[in-house]
Design a protein around this ligand. Sequence first.
Ligand SMILES: Nc1nc2c(ncn2[C@@H]2O[C@H](COP(=O)(O)OP(=O)(O)OP(=O)(O)O)[C@@H](O)[C@H]2O)c(=O)[nH]1
Ligand SMILES: [Mg+2]
Length: 362
Amino acid sequence: MKIGIVGLPNVGKSTIFNALTRSKKAATAAYAFCTIDPNVGVVTVPDKRLKTLTDIVHPEKVVPAVVEFVDIAGIVKGASEGEGLGNQFLSHIRECDAIAEVIRFFEDENVSHVGDGVNPMKDLETIQTELILADLQTIQKRLLKAKSDAKSGDKTKVAYAEILEKVFQTLDSGKLAHGSSLEEEEFEELHDLHLLTMKPFLYIANVGETQLSNFNEKTLHEKTGISENYDIIPICAKLEEETAGLSEEDATELLKEYGLAETGLNHLIRTAYATLGLETYFTAGPQEVRAWTIPKGTKAAQAAGKIHTDFEKGFIKTEVTGFDEYVQCGGEQTAKEKGLVRQEGRDYLVKDGDVMYFRYNV
Ligand SMILES: Nc1nc2c(ncn2[C@@H]2O[C@H](COP(=O)(O)OP(=O)(O)OP(=O)(O)O)[C@@H](O)[C@H]2O)c(=O)[nH]1
Ligand SMILES: [Mg+2]
């Protein structure tokens, strides 16, 4: 899973990136356009169940699931016409699975704002407009060609041009491409265009240290005008940056002082999983306990393919234990004795938390 971070300059994108990746990889500064080249970092997905499994299995190695984050330059009004750094750098996030848009709420006179001051609703509109304009540029070229191809009368080509036309109209009316009224298969036809506004969105509200208690999901939706269909995650980038340098216990302690139960970053990753409809299955053996990320509704054979394509091709069956049963039994052996290890075929729908073992032919 790969997530692209976008927003105006100086909203704290790189600060959040550093906190997420527990690094100082990205330069941050109080002036706009500090970031020019993209920063790419890998973040492990926090999952308490891994620790539980480790305590049972005592493996040599534990491998958590990972999410990749890409931090890019700030976008400004007119970027599609070359303002600021233009919008060429958006190509760095075309391959991402989702977009995380950072909105500035924190006030700090030492950190300039590219507009006339902190204004979440207006800032949001600026960014959405630029992303829509970037997608319009992408689709216009393709639409021209598709229309000319459709003149042949070929049914598939006519249908394709119609799909593009619909998306063009959506974008042209100022809406995100994923709001187009298309069938599931039609959306798939557009995949290779890598439209930015076709991707799932989640929003990060970068709130100041002193504002943390002022915001909840409801007020954030009100202040941004973002529909309830999207998640907005409040994060205090400054605070997260501090916790990144601390041990797990000290970080939790510090967060408690601010009335927070978990880091905004954990909240962010959890939300990203939900937004993207992802879940986790585990493999657990003496060599390795490992978390694997799959989309909801994945079948056993495809899940096996995550580990190795041979596992999918030569799939025979899988031995599955539900997470709770696995833990209650204290491991596979007792689960087997109690008949809780199920034999399932290639079409078995994997459930979140399943502990799986695959049998396959080479
Ligand atoms: N007070 C306060 N300052 C913050 C917070 N988050 C970020 N900053 C500061 O804001 C400035 C800009 O942060 P960056 O992370 O560089 O912002 P950016 O969005 O990556 O900016 P560009 O790369 O220029 O697009 C830095 O000086 C940060 O220390 C916050 O929550 N509170
Ligand atoms: Mg930056």
